[in-house]
Unconditional design. Sequence first.
Length: 243
Amino acid sequence: MDALFGEPRLAAIYDLVEGERRGDLDHYLAMAAGLGARSLLDVGCGTGILACRAAGQGMDVTGVDPAAASLDVARAKPGAERVRWLHGDATGLPDLQVDLATMTANVAHVFLTDEDWSATLRGVHAALRPGGHLVLEVRDPARQAWLRWTRENTYQSLDAPGIGEVETWWDVTEVDGALVSYRRTYVFAADGTTLTSDSTRRSWSRTEIEGSLRSAGYALADVRDAPDRPGWEWVFIARKPVQ
């Protein structure tokens, strides 16, 4: 697990670094409304921004994430008591029958093997009601987004409430075929502490995602351009067929 999500000091500033009012979430909430979804499973819910917003709009929400530190941040948010928080992943879910499952923030890229990705898709499939939908986003590998993950492009200096100034940036450490590894660095000015978070992400082609969805029992309903990142990412909408 990346330290970014599991280290309490980094989880505490995640929303500030990423932007707490993430514009992509408006799109997901609009899709939920368009699909008539009344219940939501947020896979890789992290610090709970989407889950809390959806619950605030009256949806029955379950958020699942393997990072306990991120869930601690989520549970402390206003309205978090309306969400069912689960520590784990989509392969060990309780009995659910939700209208919609989401994987935002490029969650699909954390799965490095076909086996792990397929197991996740099957776990979500079991948690959907017949006719329910899975919505997920994936970067277009042809755009080679990692070429922009340089210190010059990613550097931020932030004033974190109760923490002080934090400097942060990314450095790509290795590109091996479809696997891209990179390191995020965080410097806390108050005590001079430097923390790092190493990550590896898998690039998925559109053909791979579409094939994996069909193999896991979904019917592909639509593939859209990500409205907040046009030309850079796809949004897949898959449906669990009615038996």
